[in-house]
Write a protein that binds this ligand. Structure first.
Ligand code: ADP
Ligand code: MG
Length: 363
């Protein structure tokens, strides 16, 4: 077997303080372990945040030693793409490299074709394994696939498969739980899934938007004015369930109330498919985490349902330790917005690009 160099796109965009406990970190570690062999080299492509230039707090440098520990392989950090090729080409089989935050590179930020070619030249095959970034186009997610054989990796394939299964022929009742802050992201998902859904349980800023649509004066609450109109039309569906009571502070609705929890928990108990994105309240605040805790418990208690939970904040809000992506009847998605876009039926450019790219069977 000739020596091969794999370029693998992974998600290291991690906000958690304890990086090693983050689902994305665990998924990335597994991916590196699965790929690395004595007769190949692995180069990790990743980003963190949305820097517009070098920004030290967003450097991936600290991740090299963390990944070395979690994978049991020495992960060598490369701080610039310029010059990376020489280092990678000169290395022994079994080497693993981590490139610095790609968004520090102008070429990546500005979607340069030349930068895509430069990245492609670093290896023999590209593996798209960053589901959470797959709804975006960039040299390291789409551009690169034009120049070397490419495919989607296991993280991406598993997530898509679980999401497709859960929505194409769902076990019923299918219950969609939608909360959180990124509201406009979620309207499209609700609309698109509504025909297949039995109940949509709403909380957080999304719930507030529907409350506003129902005529409640939500005052200073987090909600999306621009979505009130489409929320009004969605409210005609009896599948849409929104809060009937809530916890308020300073003119803002910050959590769902006990009667809402009771109603939601009952529906969750009956569910055979559950898709959850977005916390039910401002859970970071002890005073307002009760609703989310109770909904979390109700979801985790349901062992009969296929469950998909996505979104960084949603995952961190759960009263459970997340050890791996698949845990019993639950799939934890590494993607928040990406998961919602996929569920809304939108094209995922990076997944499409890797699928379309010429493939060379290597295993
Ligand atoms: P995810 O990261 O899981 O995709 P979002 O980012 O959309 O979720 O939403 C999470 C944020 O929403 C949390 O920071 C939480 O505090 C906030 N949030 C939820 N409900 C409310 C509310 N009623 N008022 C203010 N903020 C809320
Ligand atoms: Mg979030």
């Amino acid at each position: 077997m000739p020596m091969r160099t794999y370029l693998v796109r992974l998600n290291l965009d991690i906000k958690e303080k304890n990086i090693r406990n983050a689902l994305r970190f665990k998924a990335a570690s597994l991916s590196i372990k699965a790929l690395s062999r004595p007769n190949n080299k692995v180069v990790v492509l990743a980003h963190r945040g949305r820097p517009t230039k070098f920004d030290k707090p967003l450097s991936l440098r600290p991740f090299a030693s963390l990944l070395s520990k979690s994978t049991g392989k020495k992960v060598v950090f490369i701080d610039r793409v310029a010059g990376a090729k020489k280092k990678i080409d000169g290395a022994r089989g079994g080497s693993v490299f981590l490139l610095e935050n790609l968004r520090f590179e102008k070429g990546e930020r500005e979607n340069s074709e030349k930068f895509a070619r430069t990245l492609a030249a670093l290896g023999d095959e590209y593996i798209m394994n960053d589901f959470a970034t797959s709804h975006r186009s960039s040299p390291s997610t789409t551009g690169i696939t034009k120049y070397i054989p490419s495919r989607n990796g296991e993280i991406v394939r598993n997530e898509i498969e679980a999401l497709e299964k859960a929505t194409k022929k769902p076990a019923r009742p299918l219950v969609l739980i939608i909360g959180g802050a990124k509201i406009e992201d979620k309207a499209g998902t609700i609309k698109r899934l509504l025909p297949k859904t039995n109940y949509v349980l709403l909380g957080g800023g999304v719930g507030n938007t529907f409350l506003a649509a129902s005529g409640v004066d939500v005052k200073k609450s987090l909600y999306e004015k621009g979505m009130v109109k489409s929320a009004k039309s969605l409210l005609r569906s009896r599948k849409i369930v929104y809060p009937v009571d809530f916890a308020v502070k300073g003119n803002a609705i910050l959590d769902i109330g006990p009667e809402t929890i009771k109603r939601y928990a009952k529906i969750i108990k009956s569910a055979r498919t559950i898709i959850w994105a977005g916390p039910m309240g401002k859970f970071e605040d002890k005073e307002f985490r009760n609703g989310n805790d109770e909904i979390g418990k109700a979801v985790l208690r349901n062992k009969k349902a296929k469950i998909i939970i996505g979104g960084v904040d949603t995952l961190s809000s759960l009263p459970v330790r997340i050890k791996s992506q698949k845990q019993g009847n639950i799939l934890f998605s590494t993607g928040g917005s990406a998961m919602l876009q996929f569920l809304a039926g939108k094209k995922m450019p990076a997944i499409e690009a890797a699928k379309k790219a010429k493939r060379k069977m290597t295993r």
